[in-house]
Every structure is written in structure tokens, then in C-alpha cells.
Design a binder for this molecule. Sequence first.
Ligand SMILES: Nc1ncnc2c1ncn2[C@@H]1O[C@H](COP(=O)(O)OP(=O)(O)OP(=O)(O)O)[C@@H](O)[C@H]1O
Ligand SMILES: [Mg+2]
Length: 338
Amino acid sequence: MPKPAPPPPPPPVAGHAAWEDYAIPGIDVRLRRFLGPRRSGVPAINPVYQFREALVREIAWAVWPHDDGDWSPSLLCGPKSSGKTTLVEQIAAHCNIPVFRTNMNVGTTVRHLKGRRGARQGGTYFVPGIAVTAMEEGAWLLLDEISGATPPVALSLFPILEPGGEVHLEEAEPPRYVERHPDFRIFATDNTIGAEQEDTRFSYGGTNPEVNEALLDRFLSTVQVGYMEPMQEFTAIKATVPGIPAQELEGMIRVARAVRDADDIEHAFGMRMLIAWARRVASGTLTADGTVIPFSATGDDSYLLEQAGPAFLDRIRSRAERDSICEVIRRVFAIETK
Ligand SMILES: Nc1ncnc2c1ncn2[C@@H]1O[C@H](COP(=O)(O)OP(=O)(O)OP(=O)(O)O)[C@@H](O)[C@H]1O
Ligand SMILES: [Mg+2]
């Protein structure tokens, strides 16, 4: 007997029709994906990106809490180039969610976030700021280096960070309140790690520590993004730079770990540095006629140290730290001092 046809799908529920449940392959966390074609402003998917399940879970809780309570702004803390920004962007990329990203520094103004008046044909009109556009379009707003926000900018963020907060646009014509889209969410990243480095936070002149404490207080979800485990870091970099020989990459990751653990080196050893180093080492030298000469043909391992220079070493300001990192590289790869 033929099987009965499956029942038709239930009619779409008003207000939720645009979303479907979704999980990133291999990650056991329920997310939501916006149905339909790729929307404008959605970051591109990095096909070799390595998600860490615990971090994805934290983001999912902040964005779509499964107790049906309010969503919360999310603060991603962690050392330099540990993957804070790309975590938010890559989840958004999978979920078809546009991301508006901006950096908080002394030059970032309230007008940049909320909007300003522009001139046109003898009159003026309102140009919405990045936060207002994200709020009205239902995008994710990503504020990088939040500790760089000046007190007026920090104050202007307060109502934006509260799920039901009313944001008044004084410069709009006529002045009005922002119409919050229910899909709007907000994230911030910060290089310092939680309360541990409170002394060095917000360290430029003119900062009001109370304002900034109140700002951080509004991020009800904190995600600690540390460096990846060595095995996963290996997989991530090998996938990004397939040409890097396994043995060399293992050594590079050992160097990164030793530098991260060293008490006398404050400079962070992030993935960006590893990727830049691995790319150079994997690519060899290019001659005028297009021939590529692999470095390994040179016989000794000193090219690993030579390539570390332009990849990251030369940018490190402290000479003592540069020397310490050189020593670590020599030790790990058994490179003799010439
Ligand atoms: N999980 C990952 N898988 C693959 N590549 C990654 C991963 N995390 C980070 N990267 C790569 O490492 C680099 C740094 O990542 P990202 O910009 O997210 O770090 P960050 O913590 O925001 O850095 P910063 O502190 O400088 O803002 C990028 O080139 C990114 O592609
Ligand atoms: Mg970042």
C-alpha cells in the first residue's frame, strides 16, 4: 500500500515566518536563520572557520534566550586576534543576518552612532547613524574596542543597550524616537580580560570610570574568547594556509603558546600573526620569471626566523620582547645563532 502523503506544512506564524531553526554543521546549538536569499550586509561565510561550541552557545543565549526572556547585549573579551570579531560575523554569516561594525575610539562621536544633519539643495535632511540604521533594519551592531568609547558616546549607548530602551533622535526633522526592529542585537568587543585588567581599561585622559562601569554593566552576557586549543588552532590555520607543512605549523603553534605563557612578554600572539607567518613560510620566494623557490630548499631553518620579522616581529615596539620572541623561535626550531 502506498504511504499516505505527509501532511502539509503548518501555516506560517505571523512575525516569525522569516526565521527557521538552524545549526552550524558539527555544532550542537540551536540558532535561527533568516529565510530567503542572502541579505545585503551579511558577512561572507569563511568556509574554513573553526567554531567553538561553548562560544556559539553563549552567543545563542544572548541573542535568542530559550527562556523567552529579553535578549542581552553581549561583551566579547579576550586577547588580541583571538577571534572575537569573526565569531560574531561568522555566526551572522551562517544565519543570514546583516552586521554593522564600527570601532570605538576618541574620534567616534554620538553623531556617528545616532545620526546628523546633512545639507541638500539649500535645505537640511537627517542622515541616520550606524546604530540607528542597525536598530531600524534589524541588523546586528558590533562595537569593536568598546573601552575606547568617550563618556558622551558611552552615555548615548545606554538606551540602545536596553532591549526596550527609547532612543531619541534630536537631530531628526522633526525630532523622533527610533523604531526598534525586534531583530536588532548588539555586541561589543574588548581586548582586556574581564575585571582583571580594570586598571588599564579606559586609560586615556577624560574618561569617566563611573560612566564606563555603568556601560559595561549593561552587557548582561560576557563571552570570554581565549586562544584556541593547539589542535583546533592547527586545524584552523592549516585550512586557511593549506600549503604550510604540518611540522612547521606545529612548531609555529608551539612558539605562539610559549610566547602567550611567557611572563616577560606582554605582546599578544594572536592568530593573525600566525596566519601571516604561515603564509610567508608556505609561499617561498618568487623570482622574476615566475619560479617559486621553496624556503625548505635552502637547507637550514633560519628562514622561519627571517619570515617572522616582516610578518610580526618588526612591529613589536619593545626590543626586549622582540629578542625574547626570537629566542623562543630559535629554541623551538633549533636555529643556531649566526
Ligand atoms: N575560529 C577561527 N577559525 C579560523 N580563523 C580564525 C578563527 N578565529 C580567528 N580567525 C582568524 O584570526 C584572525 C583574527 O580574528 P578576529 O579579527 O576575529 O580576532 P579579534 O579577537 O577580533 O582581534 P582584535 O583583538 O585585533 O580585534 C582573522 O584573520 C580570522 O580570520
Ligand atoms: Mg576584533
